[in-house]
Design a protein around this ligand. Structure first.
Ligand code: SF4
Length: 588
């Protein structure tokens, strides 16, 4: 009888991009068949998205570095293959060994953002694993989750045995070790979970008691933490095909809407020496032609100049490009423009006026926006600008300010180069109030207001030559807000939406708003309850998660926002957010 894997391979000629499903990527570690415990990382999106995720590559290499343990991977298959798998009775398999997910010791989902929640169910369904942890007996693996969404695990808590809150390095490994110990000692799943609950950062929804706190896991020694110097090289074109170099964790800027900036505090930098060494090793082991310096505000990294100096000769000799994604305007320099040989530069002013930028604590001044002129001098003729619509206190004047910035850049370009071929891409997301930010209590604007603001801006930008405009969907933005601030009642809604056909909700062409509105109605849940304003004194579903940053600090930041008062960058001195109780901020 043919193995599941052989049967799957025989189906691949009939589906789009078969190489998504074959495994065997360059740098795949060789593991013996005698490992003591096995972990399967599940990324609930397509292969080409998941393969670009640095976090997954870090955790994967950490486990595989140990000879007793093996980590494998599984990505969400596209519908064409999923249908064939169902009709041929083939369950979801890992890429490396073609093992059904059910046969692993631990299956861990990486939850990067809220619109992936139905894909958890999609993958469990294909794997033949019940959705709810309460329906899974001793024979099923430990099903766990981690990633940024763990900041509020309540909407999906009922699906998982454990949720890793904070940084997974060390924690995933500890869980796998625990499961191995449980196997050798014949522990029940409940006993394993009782032990798991004692590991820092592990939330066990089924054993959680009122009043208990889960303290976020933090990598204390970031300098020496795992970095995948031999990352897997994707078999099909991925969204990012480059070496991703993580310079530091956390962010010193304190933008009041930014969840990652608060969630990943304390701020820990890796030395330029180590970053340069890792970058070189990763280029050598992959053959990539680009190094992307990737952190929340790359330009703020204190070792940036030293790092560029250390890499200059290497990138020149190897013909490798240095990319600097999403720079802060205030830290951008002409030297950076010279070093980064990309066709376009990306900046995120987020708001069109100084007033609103002060509200959100985006410490960018109009004068600094003129800094982009340095890029024009260096030969750049494409600029990508990111903004947000619907921020607290926003007026039409702030929206008109976005068009004004584009006009100013055009004028600057003509004055600097004498040419008129500048292209500006304006991309506007919708503000989503996220847990663990000073704006976690804010209302999201209504869908009607989103559409009105988008139309207003579109009209203004149409009048400016060389400007293109793209925007986020109103319906998916409402859903993202509801899932971000949801409570346990939403797990039934997610299941209902999945049963009504919702999956791959982050893909515009797949997004099915009707499935979601029906699901909310069927479950008697009011979506507006999760997107409206929240009383700052009310209990929040995620109050039991301790991210280090105190609620008092978030409230104080919210008050400053309404006064239009900014808070200094942490690099100028600690602002007392509280995160350093979990580890040292290495920048102060
Ligand atoms: S502890 Fe201080 S320096 Fe560290 S992130 Fe918080 S405010 Fe900034």
């Amino acid at each position: 009888m043919k193995s599941f894997r052989d049967r799957l391979i025989s189906l691949l000629p009939e589906v789009e991009k078969p190489a998504r499903y074959t495994g065997g990527e360059w740098n795949t570690p060789e593991k013996s068949g005698n490992v003591k415990a096995r972990f399967c990382f599940c990324f609930p999106d397509l292969y080409e998205i998941g393969m670009s995720n640095l976090g997954l590559q870090i955790l994967y290499s950490e486990i595989n570095a140990h000879e007793d343990y093996a980590a494998e991977r599984c990505y969400a298959p596209k519908a064409d293959l999923a249908e064939k798998m169902r009709s041929n009775g083939i369950p979801l398999l890992s890429l490396e060994s073609g093992t059904p997910l059910k046969e692993f010791d631990v299956v861990g989902f990486s939850l990067q953002f809220e619109l992936l929640y139905t894909n958890i169910l999609y993958m469990l369904d294909l794997a033949g694993i019940p959705f709810y942890s309460r329906d899974r007996g001793e024979d099923f693996p430990l099903i766990i989750a981690g990633g940024p969404c763990a900041v509020n695990p309540e909407p999906f808590a009922d699906f998982f045995d454990c949720v890793v809150v904070g940084e997974g390095e060390g924690v995933d490994f500890a869980l796998l070790r625990l499961v191995e110990e449980g196997k050798s000692k014949g522990w029940s799943k409940r006993r394993v979970l009782e032990e798991a609950k004692k590991i820092g950062g592990v939330y066990v929804p089924s054993l959680h008691e009122e009043g208990e706190t889960v303290v976020k896991a933090v990598v204390a020694d970031f300098e020496n933490s795992v970095y995948p110097v031999n990352p897997l090289v994707p078999n099909v074109e991925a969204v990012h095909e480059r070496v991703t170099l993580e310079l530091y964790r956390g962010c010193a800027s304190g933008c009041r809407f930014c969840q990652a900036g608060y969630y990943y505090r304390p701020i820990r930098e890796r030395s330029a020496e180590k970053c340069a060494e890792y970058a070189k090793q990763a280029v050598e082991s992959t053959g990539y032609g680009e190094i992307s310096m990737c952190s929340l505000s790359t330009g703020d990294y204190s070792g940036l100049k030293e790092l560029m100096d250390r890499l200059r000769g290497f990138v020149h000799d190897k013909h490798v490009n240095l990319a600097l994604p999403s720079l802060r305007l205030s830290s951008f320099s002409g030297e950076m423009a010279q070093e980064s040989r990309r066709s376009s530069l990306t900046f995120a002013p987020e708001a069109g006026t100084q007033r609103l930028r002060d509200v959100i604590n985006k410490n960018v001044t109009d004068a600094e926006i003129d800094n982009i002129g340095k890029a024009f001098e260096a030969g750049y003729s494409n600029v990508k600008l990111y903004f947000m619509l619907g921020l607290p206190t926003e007026t039409d004047e702030d929206i008109a300010g976005i068009a004004e910035i584009c006009r100013r850049l055009r004028g600057l370009y003509v004055a600097t180069t004498g040419k008129r071929n500048l292209t500006v891409s304006v991309s506007c997301a919708v503000f989503i109030p996220k847990p663990c930010t000073p704006f976690q209590w804010e209302a999201q604007i209504s869908m009607e207001e989103m559409l009105r603001k988008q139309n207003y801006l579109r009209g203004l930008l149409r009048a400016i030559k060389g400007v293109t405009f793209s925007w986020h969907g109103a319906e998916s933005s409402v859903l993202e807000a509801a899932l971000a601030r949801g409570d346990r009642s939403l797990s039934a809604v997610i299941v209902r939406a999945y049963e009504s056909g919702a999956r791959f909700d982050s893909w515009t062409e797949q997004f099915d708003w009707n499935a979601w509105t029906r699901a909310f109605a069927d479950c008697g849940a009011d979506i507006n309850r999760f997107t409206g304003a929240i009383d700052p004194d009310a209990d929040l579903p995620w109050d039991f998660i301790d991210t280090g940053v105190s609620k008092k600090y978030l409230k104080a930041q919210r008050e400053l926002a309404y006064l239009g008062v900014t808070t200094k960058n942490c690099r100028e001195g600690c602002n007392g957010c509280g995160a350093n109780k979990l580890g040292r901020c290495t920048i102060i």
